[in-house]
Design a protein. Structure first.
Lengths: 980, 424
C-alpha cells in the first residue's frame, strides 16, 4: 500500500502528514509559509524525501490556499471542512460538534442527525490572524498574549464581529489604562463570541465538542474562554493531539480513488508549479527608476520646519504631545517653530509609561538652558495624559492638525492625515475647518494595517514599505477593509505575487481607500488646490507617491509628517493665553505613580465599565463613562429630547385606561416599535389588553437572543430584537404582537412612505428562526398604517378572527390609536419648541440628532445623547422639526418615511444659524448609503457642516467625541469665535 | 449633441431628436434575454448596445462614482455604464443610458438617481438616462414602450427563459462543445426575424415555436452521467449577471455540475402579484386590481404554454407554474413580503428542493437588506423542513475574493457529493 500524504495549505501555514495503510500517523509538520505557498509546500515535502525516495505515494491537497496549488500542480483536492469531518469521524466518532479556528477561517461542524458545516462569511474576523493583529496592537507575541490572558481579572466587552471593530474597542481601553491581562482575555472572549454567535446560527453547541486548528492548539487562554463560555466539562471539551494538523490528516483519509504516483513525480509537479507566475491584476508602477525616486524625495525634503541649533539654544520653549492610538508623539519648539526635541514611538499599549520616560529625558535635555513655558496635548489619549502630567491645554485633533498644516502652507485648503488607526480629512474654507471626514470603523486601511501585514509577511515596516517602490508590477488588492484585504492578499499569494508587488499594492490600496471610501472624491478638484498630507503613514514614500499619482497633483508633505499633531499642539500651547505652567516638573516626575483599576459605575442601569486611573498627589482620571455622573456631575443637565422621548415611550406599558380583561399582550420594543408604540399602546389598552413591553435593551439581552440571529451583517437594532422577543416568552405573556409593516405613516413628504426591508419583515424572520416561539401565540401579520380607513376594516377582521373582538370595537380603537399617535408627535414637537426657546434664551447651541426612531434606545446609541449634553449642547431630534418646512423634491428617490423626515429636518437646520445637525447611521444600514450623501448635499448647500456618526454594538464613544468637539470647534470658527 | 430639454423637476429628457441620433447603452444582466430585447428595441428604431465588458476597471469606476456602501449591483451597473461612456468608444454627445427601475422599498429603486449623481460627478450631466419600468415612472418623449413593443417584449422574455432552461440542461453534457450556445444564437436570430413580421407572439405561435425549440434542443447530442444539479437563486442582478457573480455558472460547470437557474418570468409575475396582494392586505382600487389580474393572467397563460412545451420532451426537467411557487412559500413568509426578491426567493428555493435540486447557492450583494430575511433568514427553517437541503449563502462585493467564494461553494459541493454517494 502506498503512503498517503495529506497537504493542508492554509492562509498562513502549511501542514504535511504521512499516513500508512492503517491510517497510523507516520510524520507530521506544521510550518508558516510567509506567503511563499508553493515553495514552502515543496520544501516541507523535501524534508521527507529520504524516507519516501522511490516509493509510490497518494498525495492530496486541502486548505484555502491549497486550491490554486492543486490546480497548478494537478494534484487531487478536497475541501478542508470536509476533510476535517472525515478525520473526526475516524478518530473521535462520538463527537457532536467541531470548532476549528485557522489563520483566517473559523468553522463549525455539527454531527448528529444531519451533518452541517459552517464557515465564517467573508466579513468575519475572530480567527488566528485576528489574534495576531491584536497581539501586534499590544506589542506582544501571540504566545505572550496567551500568558497575559491567563492572569486576567475581568473581561471587557469587545466587538466580536471583525478585527477592525475589535481594534477600535481595544485601543481606547489601552489608552485609558486598561490592564493588558484583562484586554488579552477579552480578545479571546471576543473570538469565542464571534464563533459561537456568528456560526451556530440557531443550533445549540452541546455535547462532546472537539477543538481543532492552530490557535486552539497553542493558546490555553483561548481554550479556557471556550470551555467557560460553553460550560463544558473535561469529558465534553476535547483537545485532541495533532489538533493543528487534523485537516491534513483528514485529507489523507480522503484519498480513495486518488491516483498513486512516485514520490519524485509529486515533488516535481509541486516544484514546477512553484516556478509559474500568476495572473493577478497589475497596477502601474510607482516609479520607473531610481532617478525618479531621488527627484521625488528632494522635492518633499523642502517642507521642513525652521532649522534651529537645538544643542546650544537658550530660552523659552513650548511642548506639544499627540497621544495617538498606536503611537505617542512629542515635540518641543522654539517661539519660531523650530524643533528642539522630538519623539515618535509606539505607545506599546501604555502611553503613560512611555511619556513618563520621555519627559524625564526631555528635562535632562533642557537642563537650565531651556524653559518650558506651556504645554498642550491632543489625540485619543488626551484626557488621560492631561490628568497624568497636568498639561495646560487639551485640544481636539482636527484643530491641532490644521494649526500645523497652516504653518507649512498658509494657503492650505485640504488636509489629509493618515495615522496608525484613523484617518482624518478636512477642508479649509475662509481660514476655518469647514468639512470633516473621519474614517468609519470599517474602513481602516491605515498605518497599523500595513504594519500588521508587514509583520505577517516577516518584515519590519520601514523596510517593507520601501520594497515596493521600484516594483514594476504592483498587485491590485482592491480598496476595502482589512478583513477583505486579507483574502485579497491570500489570492495574490496564491497566484504567485511576490512580496514587493504586495507591498506596493498595499500602499496603493491605502491610498484608494482614503480617496474613494473616506473622502469620496472623484477628482483632484474635489479635494483642493493646496493639499497638505501628513500622519505617520505618509512618511511611507510608496503611499505618498501613490496618492500623488492617484489624484494627479503634487502635494505638500512636511518632513515631520508623523509629528504634525504634536507640532500643532505645541503651536497652540505657544499661543495659549490662559493660565500655564502646570506641567509636572522634573522632581515631580521622580515621584510619579500610576495605578489603573477596573470598576463599574452603579449610578444608573447602564452599568458602565470604568477604568479608574490614580496618580500620585491625588490626581485621578476615570474613563469608560458615558455621562458625567461618575466624575461628580449631575444627571440630566442639558435639555435632551432623546431622553424625553425614551422615557415617554418606556412608560407606555400596563393596562392604561382599560381593565386588562383581554389578557397580556407582549410588544417587543425595538426597530419601528419605537415610532409606533403610542399607536399600539392606545389601541390595545382601549381594547382592554394589558400591554407588556420587553425590558430595556442591554448587552445581556442581546446575548440572550444572539444564537438565533441568522445573518451576522444585519444592523444591531435588528439583532437586539431576538433578545427582546425571547424575554417576552420568558415573561409568559399570552401573546406577542409584532406586525410586519412594509409601509410607514404617509406623511405626504416624499415620493412614497416605506419602511426599510429589515424593519418591514423582521417579525417573519424571528418567527422562523426562534424555536422558542413554537407554541407561542405570535402575531406577525401585515398591517397597513398608511391607509387609516382601510386599516379599521382590516384590523377589525383580524381581531375578530384571532380574538373574537366585535368589529366596531376594534375600528373605534384604531381611530383612537391614530389620535393618540398624533398627540404623541405633537407633544414631542411642543417639547422641542420649549428646548429651542430655552437654548436661545441661554445662548446655547442646538444640536439636531437625525436618525431613526430606535436610535433613542441607549443600548443602540451608547449614551451618545448624554455625551452631547456634557458639551453644553441642547439636543432635539429630526422628528420634532421636520414639519417646519414645506415639501420639496429630492435628487434621490425619497421613498422612506424616516428619510423624508431627515431631509426636511436638514433643510430646516440650514435656515437656523444656531442649529447644527449630526446624522446617526447604524452599521449595515444599506439604505443610509443613499441618505448620507443626500444629507451632506442639503447641509453643505446651506453652508452647514455635515457630521455622520456610525454606530454598532460597540460602546466606544472615542471617535464620537472627536466628531462632536470638531463640530463645535468648526461651528465656533464659522461664527468668528476664537478657536484653540 | 441634441438640444437638452428638462422636465419641471430638472430631469434631463430623452427627446425624439435624441432617438434618431443617440446610441443607448444598457448594462448586461441576462445575456440571452437581453440580447433578444436589444434586437426588439432596434426594430423600434433605437440604437441599442448591451455592454458585455467585464474587466476590473468597471469595479474601479463604480467605487469612484458610487457611495461605497451602496449595494454591489449598483456599483457594477453604474461602473459599467460610466466606464463605457469614458472609454472613448462612443461619442459622448450622442449617447444615452438605459437602466431598469423596479420601484419598491429596496434601495435598488434608487439606481437611476445614483447613476445621475454619478454622471454629474463625472462631468457628464448632459447624458440622458432613460428609465425602463412598468410602473409609469419617469416618462420620456423619445422613449416609449408602446403596447406593440410590450407584446413583443413579454414573449421575448419567456423565450429567453425557455432557451436558458433548456440550454442549461444540455450544456454540461454536450458532445460537441459550443453546440448549445450555437443553437441559442440560431433561435435568437429566428425570433428576431419573426418579431419583425409580427409573428411568434400569439399563443398558438408561441406553442408551436417552443415545441420546435424543445425538439431542437432535444436533438443536441449529449453524453455522460447525470451530474450534480446546483440551483442558483438570489438578488436578481448577482443571480443572473456573470459580472455580478464572478461567472458562477461557468465555475459550477467547471466543477462538473449542472446549474439550474430559475427564470425571470416569475420575477415579473411576482412584481405584478405584489400589487394585487397589496390591495388584499391594505385595501385599494378595484380597477387597479382588475388590471393587474388581467396582466398577470396574460403572462401566466404564456407561462403555461412554456411549461407544456417543456413537457413535450420528457428528457427535460419540467418547469413549475408561478401559482405553485406561491403556494409553496406558505408557512415561511407572507405575500406582503415584496421588497427586492421578497417571498419569491424563498419560494424558488423550496421549488428547487421539491424538484430534487437540493444543492443551492443563494447569492446576494454584501449587506443586502431584503436577503437578511428572505435568503439567509430562511435557510435554517429550510434545513429543518428538508434535512437533505444543502444551501450555501454567498456574498458578493468589490472586496470579496473569488477564492473565498469558491472555497465555500466547494464545501457545499463536497457535502452534495457525500449525500449522493451515501444515497447509492
Amino acid at each position: 500500500m502506498p503512503i498517503k500524504i495529506g497537504i493542508d495549505i492554509g492562509s498562513t501555514t502549511v501542514k504535511v502528514v504521512l499516513l500508512d495503510e492503517h491510517n497510523t500517523l507516520l510524520y507530521r509538520v506544521y510550518a508558516r509559509h510567509y506567503s511563499k505557498v508553493r515553495e514552502e509546500a515543496a520544501h516541507q515535502l523535501r524534508q521527507v524525501a529520504e524516507r519516501l525516495a522511490g516509493q509510490e505515494v497518494v498525495p492530496i491537497i486541502t486548505g484555502s490556499a491549497g486550491l490554486g496549488v492543486s490546480d497548478a500542480a494537478n494534484i487531487a483536492f478536497v475541501q478542508e471542512v470536509y476533510a476535517t469531518a472525515a478525520a473526526v469521524n475516524t478518530y473521535i466518532p462520538d463527537t457532536d460538534a467541531v470548532i476549528e479556528l485557522g489563520g483566517e477561517d473559523a468553522k463549525i461542524i455539527f454531527f448528529g442527525r444531519t451533518l452541517e458545516e459552517r464557515m465564517n462569511g467573508s466579513c468575519a474576523g475572530g480567527t488566528g490572524s485576528f489574534i495576531d493583529q491584536m497581539a501586534t496592537l499590544l506589542d506582544v507575541s501571540a504566545l505572550e498574549l496567551d500568558a497575559l490572558a491567563l492572569k486576567h481579572e475581568k473581561i471587557y466587552p469587545i466587538a466580536s464581529r471583525c478585527g477592525v471593530f475589535a481594534k477600535s474597542d481595544i485601543q481606547p481601553l489601552l489608552n485609558q489604562g486598561g490592564r493588558k491581562e484583562d484586554i488579552a482575555a477579552s480578545i479571546f472572549q471576543a473570538v469565542v463570541d464571534q464563533t459561537v454567535g456568528g456560526l451556530t446560527q440557531g443550533r445549540e453547541l452541546t455535547g462532546k465538542i472537539v477543538f481543532l486548528g492552530g490557535p486552539l492548539t497553542f493558546l490555553q487562554g483561548l481554550r479556557d474562554r471556550f470551555v467557560a463560555t460553553l460550560e463544558l466539562d473535561e469529558e465534553h471539551a476535547v483537545f485532541p493531539e495533532n489538533a493543528d494538523t487534523f485537516a491534513a490528516i483528514g485529507a489523507a483519509l480522503c484519498t480513495e480513488g486518488v491516483e498513486a504516483m512516485p514520490f519524485e513525480e509529486l515533488l516535481r509537479r509541486l516544484e514546477e508549479s512553484a516556478a509559474e507566475s500568476g495572473l493577478t491584476d497589475i497596477l502601474p508602477p510607482l516609479f520607473a527608476d531610481e532617478d525618479e525616486v531621488d527627484a521625488f524625495r528632494a522635492r518633499h525634503a523642502k517642507a521642513a520646519p525652521d532649522p534651529v541649533d537645538a544643542e546650544t539654544y537658550r530660552g523659552d520653549a513650548y511642548l506639544g504631545i499627540d497621544a495617538g492610538s498606536t503611537t505617542t508623539k512629542m515635540v518641543l519648539i522654539t517661539p519660531d517653530g523650530g524643533i528642539l526635541y522630538s519623539y515618535y514611538g509606539s505607545n506599546k499599549g501604555n502611553p503613560v509609561t512611555i511619556l513618563l520616560a520621555e519627559l524625564k529625558t526631555l528635562y535632562a535635555f533642557c537642563g537650565d538652558r531651556i524653559t518650558i513655558r506651556s504645554s498642550a496635548v491632543t489625540g485619543y489619549g488626551e484626557d488621560l495624559i492631561r490628568s497624568a502630567f497636568s498639561i495646560d491645554l487639551g485640544l481636539v485633533e482636527t484643530i491641532a492638525h490644521y494649526r500645523a498644516a497652516r504653518h507649512f502652507n498658509p494657503q492650505v485648503d485640504f488636509i489629509i492625515d493618515i495615522g496608525g488607526q484613523d484617518m482624518k480629512c478636512f477642508k479649509i474654507r475662509n481660514g476655518a475647518v469647514d468639512s470633516i471626514l473621519l474614517n468609519e470603523a470599517c474602513s481602516s486601511g491605515c498605518g497599523s494595517f500595513i504594519e500588521t501585514f508587514a509583520r505577517a509577511l516577516g518584515h519590519e515596516i520601514a523596510e517593507f514599505s520601501t520594497l515596493g517602490l521600484l516594483d514594476q508590477t504592483p498587485t491590485d488588492l482592491g480598496s476595502r477593509c482589512t478583513v477583505f484585504m486579507n483574502s485579497s492578499v491570500k489570492q495574490a499569494q496564491k497566484e504567485g505575487a511576490g512580496v514587493e508587488s504586495i507591498s506596493a499594492g498595499l500602499s496603493l490600496s491605502v491610498v484608494k481607500n482614503a480617496i474613494y471610501k473616506v473622502i469620496r472624491a472623484a477628482t483632484a478638484d474635489d479635494l483642493g488646490q493646496h493639499i497638505v498630507v501628513q500622519g505617520g503613514t505618509f512618511l511611507n514614500d510608496a503611499v505618498l507617491r501613490g496618492f500623488e499619482q492617484e489624484i494627479g497633483r503634487e502635494v505638500t508633505r512636511p518632513t515631520i509628517a508623523g509629528l504634525m499633531g504634536a507640532y500643532g499642539a505645541a503651536l497652540s500651547a505657544k499661543d495659549f493665553t490662559g493660565e500655564t505652567g502646570h506641567l509636572l516638573d522634573a522632581s515631580a516626575l521622580e515621584n510619579f505613580t500610576h495605578t489603573a483599576k477596573p470598576g463599574v459605575c452603579k449610578a444608573c442601569t447602564n452599568r458602565c465599565s470604568l477604568t479608574i486611573n490614580c496618580f500620585d498627589g491625588g490626581r485621578k482620571f476615570i474613563s469608560g463613562n458615558r455621562c458625567s455622573v461618575p466624575l461628580g456631575g449631575v444627571k440630566g443637565g442639558e435639555p435632551n429630547l432623546m431622553r424625553y422621548k425614551y422615557e415617554k415611550i418606556r412608560a407606555m406599558t400596563g393596562k392604561g385606561a382599560g381593565d386588562g380583561s383581554r389578557g397580556r399582550i407582549g410588544l417587543p420594543l425595538g426597530l419601528n416599535m419605537y415610532e409606533i408604540l403610542p399607536f399600539w399602546y392606545a389601541f390595545f389598552t382601549n381594547l382592554n389588553f394589558e400591554v407588556v413591553l420587553s425590558p430595556e435593551s442591554t448587552r445581556e439581552l442581546y446575548q440572550k437572543g444572539q444564537r438565533s440571529i441568522p445573518s451576522d451583517t444585519v444592523c444591531y437594532p435588528a439583532k437586539l430584537l431576538h433578545g427582546h422577543v425571547e424575554h417576552l416568552v420568558d415573561m409568559g405573556v399570552d401573546s406577542i404582537f409584532y406586525p410586519c409593516m412594509p409601509y410607514n405613516f404617509d406623511e405626504g413628504k416624499g415620493d412614497n412612505h416605506y419602511n426599510c426591508p429589515v424593519v418591514a419583515y423582521y417579525p417573519e424572520l424571528l418567527r422562523v428562526n426562534m424555536s422558542r416561539l413554537d407554541g407561542v401565540r405570535y402575531y406577525d401579520a401585515y398591517f397597513g398604517i398608511h391607509r387609516p380607513k382601510d386599516l379599521e376594516e382590516k384590523a377589525a377582521e383580524f381581531f375578530k378572527t384571532e380574538f373574537g373582538i366585535p368589529k366596531q370595537e376594534t375600528a373605534a380603537a384604531i381611530r383612537k390609536a391614530y389620535t393618540a399617535y398624533e398627540q404623541f408627535r405633537q407633544d414631542v414637537r411642543d417639547e422641542a419648541a420649549k428646548y429651542i426657546a430655552q437654548a436661545r434664551a441661554e445662548g446655547k447651541r442646538i444640536l439636531v440628532v437625525a436618525g431613526r426612531p430606535y436610535h433613542i434606545d441607549p443600548e443602540i446609541n451608547h449614551g451618545l445623547d448624554e455625551l452631547i449634553g456634557s458639551y453644553g449642547l441642547v439636543l432635539i431630534t429630526e422628528d420634532s422639526i421636520d414639519h417646519l418646512v414645506d415639501k420639496e423634491k429630492r435628487k434621490v428617490l425619497n421613498q422612506w418615511t424616516y428619510h423624508a423626515r431627515m431631509y426636511d429636518a436638514a433643510r430646516y437646520v440650514g435656515t437656523q444659524p444656531d442649529m447644527q445637525l449630526i446624522q446617526l447611521v447604524s452599521f449595515g444600514c444599506g439604505i443610509d448609503a443613499i441618505s448620507t450623501d443626500e444629507m451632506r448635499d442639503i447641509l453643505e448647500a446651506s453652508g452647514k457642516l455635515y457630521t455622520q456618526i456610525k454606530i454598532d454594538d460597540i460602546s466606544n464613544l472615542g471617535t464620537v467625541k472627536i466628531r462632536i468637539r470638531s463640530l463645535i470647534a468648526a461651528a465656533d470658527a464659522l461664527d468668528g469665535k476664537e478657536v484653540l | 449633441m441634441a438640444k437638452l430639454t428638462y422636465d419641471k423637476h430638472g430631469r434631463l429628457l430623452f427627446t425624439k431628436e435624441m432617438k434618431k441620433e443617440y446610441t443607448l447603452l444598457m448594462p448586461q444582466m441576462l445575456p440571452v434575454t437581453f440580447g433578444l430585447m436589444q434586437r426588439l428595441l432596434e426594430l423600434e428604431g433605437y440604437k441599442v448596445e448591451v455592454l458585455d465588458t467585464t474587466h476590473r476597471g468597471i469595479v474601479e469606476t463604480g467605487l469612484k462614482y458610487v457611495h461605497n456602501d451602496t449595494c454591489y449591483p449598483a456599483l457594477l451597473v453604474i461602473g459599467q455604464l460610466i466606464e463605457a461612456v469614458k472609454s472613448g468608444k462612443y461619442d459622448i454627445n450622442k449617447v444615452g443610458l438605459l437602466i431598469s427601475q423596479t420601484g419598491g422599498g429596496c434601495r435598488a429603486s434608487n439606481y437611476i438617481h445614483l447613476l445621475r449623481k454619478a454622471l454629474k460627478k463625472a462631468g457628464l450631466a448632459h447624458i440622458p438616462v432613460v428609465s425602463v419600468n412598468l410602473s409609469g415612472m419617469e416618462k420620456n418623449p423619445g422613449f416609449r414602450i408602446r403596447l406593440r413593443v410590450l407584446r413583443r417584449l413579454i414573449p421575448a422574455m419567456l423565450y429567453g427563459d425557455f432557451l436558458v432552461h433548456l440550454g442549461n440542461q444540455c450544456r454540461p453534457y454536450e458532445v460537441e462543445p459550443g453546440a448549445t450556445n450555437a443553437l441559442i444564437t440560431r433561435w435568437s436570430d429566428r425570433l428576431t426575424v419573426m418579431f419583425k413580421k409580427n409573428q411568434g407572439r400569439s399563443k398558438t405561435d408561441m406553442r408551436f415555436q417552443m415545441e420546435q425549440m424543445a425538439k431542437d434542443f432535444a436533438a443536441i447530442p449529449l453524453a455522460g452521467e447525470k451530474k450534480t444539479r446546483v440551483g442558483i437563486v438570489g438578488e436578481i442582478y448577482v443571480k443572473f449577471a456573470p459580472l455580478g457573480n464572478n461567472n458562477l455558472e461557468d465555475f459550477l460547470l467547471s466543477e462538473g455540475c449542472e446549474p439550474v437557474v430559475p427564470g425571470v418570468t416569475d420575477f415579473l409575475l411576482f412584481k405584478i402579484d405584489n400589487r394585487i396582494e397589496d390591495i388584499a392586505l391594505y385595501g385599494g382600487g378595484f380597477w387597479k386590481k382588475k388590471l393587474c389580474q388581467i396582466f398577470k393572467g396574460y403572462i401566466e397563460g404564456l407561462q403555461n404554454i412554456m411549461i407544456a412545451a417543456v413537457k413535450t420532451q420528457p428528457k427535460f426537467a419540467p418547469l413549475a407554474p408561478f401559482s405553485e411557487l406561491k403556494a409553496g412559500v406558505q408557512g415561511y413568509l407572507g405575500y406582503g413580503n415584496k421588497m427586492g426578491e421578497g417571498w419569491l426567493l424563498t419560494a424558488e428555493m423550496i421549488e428547487l428542493i421539491h424538484a430534487g435540486v437540493h444543492n443551492i447557492v443563494c447569492t446576494q450583494p454584501f449587506g443586502c437588506l431584503p436577503n437578511h430575511v428572505v435568503g439567509k433568514g430562511m435557510i435554517r427553517k429550510l434545513k429543518d423542513d428538508f434535512p437533505q437541503s444543502n444551501i450555501v449563502s454567498i456574498d458578493y462585493d468589490p472586496g470579496a475574493t473569488k477564492i473565498n467564494q469558491e472555497n465555500r461553494i466547494k464545501l457545499m459541493l463536497a457535502s452534495a457529493n457525500r449525500s449522493a454517494n451515501s444515497a447509492h
